[in-house]
Write a protein that binds this ligand. Structure first.
Ligand code: AMP
Length: 387
């Protein structure tokens, strides 16, 4: 390393043996670290969490706050490239790391996806349909937005929302006060309700040389705003696959995104494809790619941020995934043997010790002759855990 080039030439692929920095230490980082290790990389994880899903399986771990500049600098000097599994990393932390190591995806990309309002403006400018929306910074603005957007509508905090957290559905104008309290009076977005027939997602990888590979559409069903079941391939969505993939390509090209991201869509009743949100990292709906596709979303993230050729994400076998939430632990540790005895079933547990309702503790993927059948087998098997 010379003083004028603090990190390696960004065009040079980082081969196995390099150390990959990971910001965030949840299950997405864990599955990234496992994929990276298989390819012969080392992972150094940085997060404030002790005893974390990613820390358990990483080569090296730094437990420190994202505001701890000294720890960030030390971390940045120990890695060849940095990626993330959680988009709400403070921008200042990324600026600090960038002094020594490239961060992929970039700060500019995160700036857009960290905030729902900026994301919606970006989509609108790119000519990509999203739900009608209005900026809300006060109760008066919320009341006004209800009249322009109409009801039902969903009020979502502009920053830091996921899995239905920081959002509330408004069905009656009289609910404005309660809704405004629910989001803590924070800057928010009021989104028109989308009458959809199916939710779906497309994974999009873009490498350092601009190569793009897409995977999808994956059909997703949610319960209580949390992903419940994903199916892939979804033949009933084949007619909108080219459009969904093109939207994914447009997004990563415009943002000069490097890494793997997920574009979540609603397929509206009138046939329109509407982008719900962009996750600048692997996504829960892509977990089934581990067993169903030639290259998983996690290996693809490794390849993209290292500048390696991207892998093929075509499915070789239809699959479905069900989430295993903390609710399953109501009567203690679930009887895992019931899942482990399912042929072509793959149990993933994230090593989390505290099982709270709604918390993602693991997932279960099933391969079968078609994805609907795989979903039925997976759902039935999960049901047996409760008996
Ligand atoms: P989000 O955190 O924005 O992805 O929302 C979580 C889930 O809530 C989505 O996957 C949908 O199931 C539901 N949802 C969110 N926004 C809307 C909307 N505008 N119209 C209908 N359903 C929505």
């Amino acid at each position: 390393m010379s003083a004028s080039t603090p990190f390696r030439n960004t065009e040079t692929p980082l081969g196995p043996g390099a150390t990959l920095g990971m910001l965030g230490a949840g299950q997405l980082g864990r599955m990234f670290a496992l994929a990276a290790a298989r390819l012969g990389y080392h992972v150094h994880v940085f997060s404030p969490r002790v005893d974390s899903p990613t820390g358990h399986v990483s080569h090296r771990e730094t437990v420190a706050d994202y505001g701890d500049t000294a720890a960030l600098l030390k971390f940045a000097q120990s890695v060849d490239v940095v990626t993330l599994e959680f988009e709400n990393i403070p921008v200042a932390a990324i600026e600090t790391i960038e002094q020594f190591a490239p961060v992929r995806p970039s700060r500019a990309m995160l700036h857009v996806t960290q905030n729902r309002l900026r994301e919606k403006h970006f989509l609108t400018e790119a000519g990509i349909a999203c739900a009608p929306f209005a900026e809300v910074n006060s109760l008066e603005q919320l009341r006004l937005a209800i009249t322009t957007i109409g009801l039902p509508a969903v009020l979502k905090t502009a920053d830091s929302g996921y899995d239905g957290k920081g959002q509330i559905t408004i069905r009656d104008p009289n609910d404005a006060v309660t809704a405004w309290k629910h989001v803590g009076g924070q800057p928010a977005v009021l989104e028109g309700w989308v009458d959809y027939v199916q939710e779906l997602s497309v994974l999009v990888a873009r490498s350092t040389n601009g190569e793009i590979v897409t995977c999808g559409p994956i059909a997703n069903d949610h319960v209580n705003h949390i992903l419940d079941v994903s199916r892939f391939p979804a033949p009933e969505l084949a007619h909108i696959a080219p459009t969904a993939e093109q939207i994914g390509r447009t997004i990563v090209q415009r943002l000069k995104f490097i890494g793997l991201c997920c574009v979540e869509f609603f397929l509206a009743r009138d046939g329109q494809l509407i982008v719900n949100e962009i996750a600048p990292r692997p996504h829960n709906s892509g977990h089934l790619t581990i067993e169903a596709c030639h290259t998983s979303q996690f290996e693809q993230q490794v390849r993209a941020v290292c500048g390696l050729p991207l892998g093929c994400m075509q499915p070789h076998t239809p699959a479905a995934m069900v989430n295993l939430l903390g609710d399953l632990w109501q009567n203690g540790e679930p009887p895992w043997l019931k899942l482990l005895s399912v042929p072509q079933g793959f149990l993933h547990l994230y090593g989390k010790t505290e099982a709270q309702p709604g918390r993602k503790m693991g997932h279960f993927t099933v391969l079968a002759d078609d994805a609907h059948l795989a979903a039925r087998i997976a759902i039935d098997a999960r049901e047996r855990l409760r008996q």
